[in-house]
Design a protein around this ligand. Structure first.
Ligand code: GDP
Ligand code: IMO
Ligand code: MG
Length: 431
């Protein structure tokens, strides 16, 4: 038997829009079948919501698979790990009856996101003429330190003296930068070195070679689930730059961010809402007029899971969806929040963008022009019936099926899951 034939499966789950597509719920549903669930990029800017019965859990760093007893949950080298947020989340999960003991691993190669990164993020947002509308979680500054080759990795904590000097250098550098930004209030940064060192041993007990663990698991025929954060249009290379996050959120980032070869990935599932939302600054071509925006936000409870900010709402953007399918190499689509559209009499889907130079079917690289496009809409009838209790595709109202068929045609990607509510049971599996 060839090496490849003895391999298990590796499914990457990515956001296909501007984040908050319902990745947490989809990962939770798929985690039943997985052995390892791993995050590969981002940090505590993510807010992944999972409902279990009447309980709601929101995960920022720990993979959403943690609610499944016995499953291993890893944070790969591509993650910027805020140790304070991480242990807060770890302890909160334990206090709510989830047992993370022995199940959580962090990559030795992961970068540490420290309190001064948060201060820098907020100071920048406060002073920059180009506000990004970040989550304020320190993401940009932490990735800047990583690619600037001055970051601190989990492995660096092994040698306490070296870790202390790296932390002191990092803090001094951040202080100089904060002073340049006119930031005098350094809220608690004095304690940063000592408090980080106090977490050293606890973090090191969880440290592991994530790439090696996943490689061995795949060779043993296990199933791996890679949980993306943010979404394709927030990717630092492929998104609406500069209104993006600072990592590769697309599927290509999964292999690099966990330390496995791209050929180990077997499936790439794109999660997309049946409409679209965006939080933070930057263009949203299919944005709804104010009254409809408010209506969909209320129907979909569209408020940020990390910052509580209201999300802007829009019609399904077929141009972005097709682009997402291409840049991620999607093998399947999970459409979420179909139920949110249940009461609307008529729906629109953008199939192209009208631009000064003509009609474009491809997502433009120029973010400025994206802010000025006029979407070309196709109108479809609503189904005006509840889909919340539907569990089979054939039981969906006729117009709901037609809507899904159209999404499938536009993206040229098969729909493999449809979510019709927040609960685990509110899911339609297609294949
Ligand atoms: P993520 O960041 O991609 O994991 O998504 P968020 O958790 O930030 O936002 C998705 C929100 O939609 C959460 O509040 C979920 O509980 C909720 N949600 C997920 N799937 C569905 C669905 O099919 N229907 C409805 N009504 N809500 C859903
Ligand atoms: P999940 O994983 C939606 C947005 C921010 C801002 C931009 C940059 O829950 O889908 P950052 O703090 O990353 O520097 O902010 O990206 N953003 C998200 N929007 N969902 C997210 O994560 C996001 N994470 C970051 O609002 O516009
Ligand atoms: Mg979210």
């Amino acid at each position: 038997m060839s090496d490849a034939a003895s391999m298990g499966r590796c499914t990457v789950v990515v956001g296909g829009q501007w984040g908050d597509e319902g990745k947490g719920k989809i990962v939770d549903v798929l985690a039943w079948e997985a052995d390892i669930i791993a995050r590969f990029q981002g940090g505590a800017n993510a807010g992944h919501t999972v409902h279990v019965g009447e309980e709601e859990f929101i995960f920022h760093l720990i993979p959403s698979g943690i609610l499944h007893p016995g499953k291993r949950c890893l944070m790969g080298n591509g993650v910027v790990l805020d140790p304070f947020q991480f242990f807060k989340e770890y302890d909160a999960a334990a206090a709510r009856g989830v047992d993370p003991e022995g199940r959580v691993g962090v990559s030795l190669r992961a970068q540490l996101l420290l309190p001064y990164h948060r201060l820098l993020d907020r100071a920048r947002e406060g002073t920059s003429p180009q506000k990004i509308g970040t989550t304020g979680r320190g993401i940009g500054p932490a990735y800047e330190d990583k690619v600037g080759r001055r970051g601190i990795r989990v492995v660096d904590l092994k040698d306490e003296a070296r870790a202390r000097s790296l932390l002191e250098e990092g803090l001094a550098r951040a202080r100089r930068r904060l002073a340049e930004l006119g930031q005098a209030d350094l809220e608690g940064s004095e304690e940063c070195v000592g408090e980080t060192l106090a977490l050293r041993e606890r973090l090191l007990t969880l440290a592991t070679d994530v790439g090696l663990e996943i490689h061995r698991a795949l060779k043993a025929g296990k199933m791996i689930l890679m949980e993306g954060a943010q979404g394709t249009a927030l990717d630092v290379d492929h998104g609406t730059y500069p209104y993006v996050t600072s990592s590769n959120t697309t599927a290509g980032g999964a292999a690099a961010g966990c330390g496995i070869g791209p050929t180990a990935i077997t499936d790439i599932l794109g999660v997309m809402k049946a409409y679209i939302t965006r939080v933070g600054e930057g263009p949203l071509p299919t944005a709804l007029p104010p009254d409809m925006d408010e209506k969909v936000r209320t129907l979909g409870a569209e408020f940020g899971a990390t910052t509580g900010r209201p999300r802007r709402c829009g019609w399904f953007d077929g141009v972005l969806a097709r682009y997402s399918a291409r840049v991620n190499g999607l093998t399947g689509l999970a459409i979420t929040k179909l139920d949110v559209l249940d009461t609307l009499p008529e729906l629109s889907i953008a199939t192209a963008y009208r631009m000064p130079e003509g009609v474009a079917e491809e997502f433009p690289a120029d973010t400025g022009s994206l802010g000025k496009v006029e979407p070309v809409y196709e109108k479809l009838p609503g189904w005006e019936a509840s889909t919340k209790d539907v569990r089979k595709l054939e039981d969906l109202p006729y117009h709901a099926r037609s809507y899904l068929d159209r999404l499938q045609e536009i993206t040229v990607t098969p729909i493999t899951m449809v979510s019709v509510g927040t609960r685990r049971s509110q899911i339609i599996r297609v294949s």
